[in-house]
Design a protein around this ligand. Structure first.
Ligand code: FMN
Length: 344
């Protein structure tokens, strides 16, 4: 029986945010150790980076980069910290995080609560880190008068401690942020980001919403390729509400977990048909099993990420999914996970 089976009822007796805080505190007490060894068949190269497995931790769990190495030790193939804004900010009033147990889902309206980029920078300094891929997800402060300037300063501030940077323009909890996905705004943003990018700086990923209209994926892909974005992460939480059973179903915020699965898969397919093989995609939203990850990779994802399923299944989930993928590759006679990408 996994340790998480014992811990889960205790964690679920607390309100969701308290449980999350305690989890981070407990993880901080765990000295990071060398990550597990994974089969060679899972090793994959995306945007010039070598990933030991394609199964990563999505942004929002470790917003302040407190435990990225612990999460790598637990078997995530890569970890994305953040969203980090230039200045610290408190986020929205509590309660702002809800478990929807019957739906295996989460609703959050955290609103980029974080300690700011300078504090995270200190923790992420490369010379004190074990090997492993840590991405840094950046955003804009809620009260910023110039949001594009916030992304530019994020690129400048965090490039030297990030293996990749994610430009997050898809959180539903900072009013107006998603408008940066509109063609004109996106061009202006990505042009400014490009000017701030260093010559040998980290690759830049763009994270989009699953709630896009007809034609928007094509537009975003076009602009992203024009501006040398290295990968697109599809997708963030949804503001839509598929049928839900839990009492928190009508809370405002972004929905993640099982009810997001079909929507995020459809969004990924739209991005794949818009992009062909021109830009790598990272699939996220409702992934909870090796079969889910398999399907996402077949639909065009070079990598996958998850967060909500870990709330229900514990941190061992990344390793279970990775090993499940390796077993299935073997069964299907494939030698490497990259052969599977986009075969659906
Ligand atoms: C509590 C919570 C906080 C999140 N915070 C962020 C964030 O700060 N930045 C971000 O890009 N995504 C954030 N996300 C979105 C996740 O990274 C992911 O895109 C989404 O939850 C879908 O994946 P999942 O269904 O596996 O959770 C957050 C998700 C949750 C549940």
């Amino acid at each position: 029986m996994s340790l998480y089976r014992i811990i889960r009822p205790l964690a679920f007796a607390l309100d969701a945010e308290t449980a999350h805080r305690l989890t981070i505190k407990a993880l901080r007490l765990m000295p990071p150790h060398r990550p597990p060894d994974f089969p060679e068949s899972l090793r994959t190269r995306v945007a010039g980076l070598d990933f030991p497995t394609p199964v990563g931790l999505a942004a929002g769990f470790d917003k302040d980069a407190e435990v990225p190495e612990q999460m790598l030790s637990l078997g995530f193939g890569f970890v994305e910290v953040g969203t980090l804004t230039p200045r610290p900010q408190a986020g929205n009033p509590k309660p702002r995080l809800f478990r929807l147990r019957k739906d295996r889902a989460v609703i959050n309206r955290m609103g980029f609560n974080n300690g700011g980029q300078p504090a995270a920078y200190g923790r992420l300094q490369l010379d004190q880190r074990l090997p492993g891929i840590i991405g840094v997800n950046i955003g804009a402060n809620k009260d910023s008068e110039d949001r594009i300037a916030d992304y530019v300063s994020g690129v400048r501030a965090m490039s030297s401690v990030a293996d990749y940077l994610t430009i997050n323009i898809s959180s539903p909890n900072t009013p107006g942020l998603r408008q940066l996905q509109d063609e004109g705004a996106l061009k202006a943003l990505l042009q400014a980001v490009n000017e701030a990018r260093r010559k040998n700086g980290p690759p830049i990923f763009l994270k989009v919403a699953p709630d896009l209209g007809e034609g928007e994926p094509d537009q975003i892909v076009r602009v992203a390729i024009q501006h040398k974005v290295d990968a697109i992460i599809v997708a963030n939480t949804t503001v839509s509400r598929p049928p839900l059973k839990s009492r928190h179903a009508s809370e405002q915020g972004g929905l993640s977990g099982a009810p997001l699965k079909e929507l995020a898969l459809k969004a990924l397919r739209d991005f794949r048909s818009a992009s062909g093989e021109q830009i790598p995609l990272i699939g996220v939203g409702g992934i909870a099993t090796a079969d889910d990850a398999w399907e996402r990779i077949r639909a065009g994802a070079s990598l996958v990420q998850l967060y909500s399923a870990m709330v229900y299944e514990g941190p061992g989930i990344a390793r279970r999914i990775a090993n499940g993928l390796a077993e299935r590759l073997k069964r299907e006679g494939m030698s490497n996970i990259s052969e599977l990408v986009g075969t659906a």
